[in-house]
Design a protein around this ligand. Structure first.
Ligand SMILES: Nc1ncnc2c1ncn2[C@@H]1O[C@H](COP(=O)(O)OP(=O)(O)OP(=O)(O)O)[C@@H](O)[C@H]1O
Ligand SMILES: [Mg+2]
Length: 447
């Protein structure tokens, strides 16, 4: 026997307004969320995310289609049925609706009281624990108006979670939280989902928390993407979010914050996407993707330097019979640095396809001090690796300069560098492919 999904939506349409002002907001939404699954809804502002959430939460009557929640059909349901469903759901909304006359802990207690399952003393204990869990242990007896927006949001979250609801509906729960508290809150949700089988439907713009989802669906102009479409949309959205992130936070800063695992995961995600491109699929003319890659490449290369404790890191591209310095800090695009193939350390790596690791550049006669002169930099140790394309040809060279502790790069550095370079190589190759394609498109367009 299969357990019916706690959320099952079929052919849902929803409109606001009357007569000529009537406007359809949701179109033929069909989706099912199994018990204990965390589903994230993404999508642009105004696409209907909150509307969908309020329909599933029995906060608004369903007009057309079927919305089955926790075993009840909501379309055409009596108010008592809707209320019964609502009682089993924890809500976290942007407007947190805390009662100002009550303290934080009393507000949290309200969340559990509606379910009526817990004794008074147990209720107080749990509510306090939940406030401690969201980082408000010191503010248990404060009233909402004595709390900041983010703190109030956390009280609302504690209130939604304290009754261990069968289902949690959350609209931008981390919007007003800093990175650390946002992470704690979603981890708490994930714990609930796993420990208690709580089904979670979560609307978010916050791409830092997308990783907790079992599934991400995408709403655009009231249409929910099918699974395959949403996979593409998700990736594109991620890319676009990353690309657009410049407004809020330079991609470099985003990457900067990642630890080695986080960085590795991000690279994997992007290289997957790049590989799809290389296989000739959808992303060919995606400017957002391209701009993300190109900005990303600089950030990634820099990040590599940081992770491997190098003073500098750079990427060269093989172009004809020379190497072109493509990515390095403090070198602008006009100041083109070219090295003949076979000359210098990078040139030698490009030619032989073998890594070179030298402790003292100036003592090595393959080293070409002219580049140092050009950049005004004093190189000591170098770790230089070939970057191979998917056909195994060296098409680029990656280089780390001057280990920060003054020691030469060792074998462990080389192994880690090589691991990352494999991913970065795919991204680089994709970017070059995209550049060549757009150049070609340009030529074809004018001729
Ligand atoms: N009560 C209402 N009456 C009329 N129109 C409404 C109402 N609520 C929402 N809308 C409209 O429905 C559309 C979808 O709104 P909704 O709040 O669901 O979007 P959203 O995806 O949650 O956006 P955001 O990311 O900005 O929160 C919008 O165009 C909005 O103006
Ligand atoms: Mg909304």
């Amino acid at each position: 026997m299969t357990i019916p999904a706690p959320i099952s939506v079929t052919g849902l349409n929803h409109s606001f307004g009357k007569g000529s002002l009537r406007k359809q907001i949701l179109f033929d939404i069909t989706t099912e969320i199994p018990q204990g699954e965390i589903v994230i809804v993404t999508g642009p502002s105004g696409s209907g995310k909150t509307t969908l959430l309020t329909l599933v939460g029995a906060l608004r009557s369903t007009q057309e289609g079927s919305v089955r929640v926790l075993g009840q059909e909501l379309c055409g349901a009596k108010p008592a049925t809707l209320e019964n469903v609502r009682k089993q759901i924890g809500f976290i909304f942007q407007q947190h609706n805390l009662l100002n006359a009550l303290s934080a802990v009393q507000n949290v207690e309200l969340g559990a009281r509606v379910t009526g399952k817990i004794s008074r003393s147990e209720l107080r204990k749990r509510s306090e624990q939940m406030l401690i869990a969201v980082g408000l242990g010191e503010r248990i007896h404060h009233n909402p108006e004595q709390l900041s927006g983010g703190q109030r949001q956390r009280v609302a979250i504690a209130r939604a979670l304290v009754g261990e609801p069968a289902m949690l509906l959350a609209d931008e729960p981390t919007a007003s939280l800093d990175k650390q508290s946002g992470r704690e809150v979603v981890d708490r949700m994930k714990f609930l989902a796993r420990e208690h089988g709580t089904t979670i439907l979560l609307v978010t713009h916050d791409n830092r928390i997308l990783d907790i989802a079992d599934r991400i669906v995408h709403l655009e102009d009231g249409h929910l993407s099918t699974f395959t479409e949403s996979v593409i949309a998700n990736n594109r959205l991620m890319m676009k979010t990353l690309a657009d992130n410049r407004k809020k936070q330079e991609i470099e800063a985003v990457v900067e914050e990642l630890d080695e695992t986080g960085f590795h995961n991000l690279l994997e995600e992007i290289t997957d996407e790049s590989q799809k491109f290389l296989k000739g699929t959808a992303l060919a003319n995606d400017m957002a993707f391209k701009s993300m890659l190109s900005r990303g490449l600089t950030a990634f290369t820099h990040k590599l330097g940081q992770l491997l404790n190098a003073d500098r890191s750079s990427l060269f591209l093989v172009e004809g019979d020379s190497l072109l310095l493509k990515v390095a800090r403090d070198i602008d695009d006009d100041n083109e640095i070219r090295i003949p193939l076979g000359s210098g350390i990078a040139g030698a790596v490009a030619q032989n396809g073998q890594a070179i690791n030298i402790p003292d550049a100036y003592a090595d006669d393959r080293f070409n001090p002219a580049v140092d002169k050009q950049t005004g930099y004093r190189t000591r140790s170098i770790l230089c690796l070939p970057v191979k394309n998917h056909q195994g040809e060296v098409f680029a060279v990656a280089q780390l300069l001057n280990r920060k502790d003054g020691q030469p790069f060792d074998q462990a550095d080389e192994a880690r560098f090589a691991g990352f370079i494999e991913s970065i190589g795919v991204i680089f190759e994709t970017l070059e492919g995209l550049s060549i394609m757009s150049q070609r498109a340009g030529t074809n367009g004018s001729g």
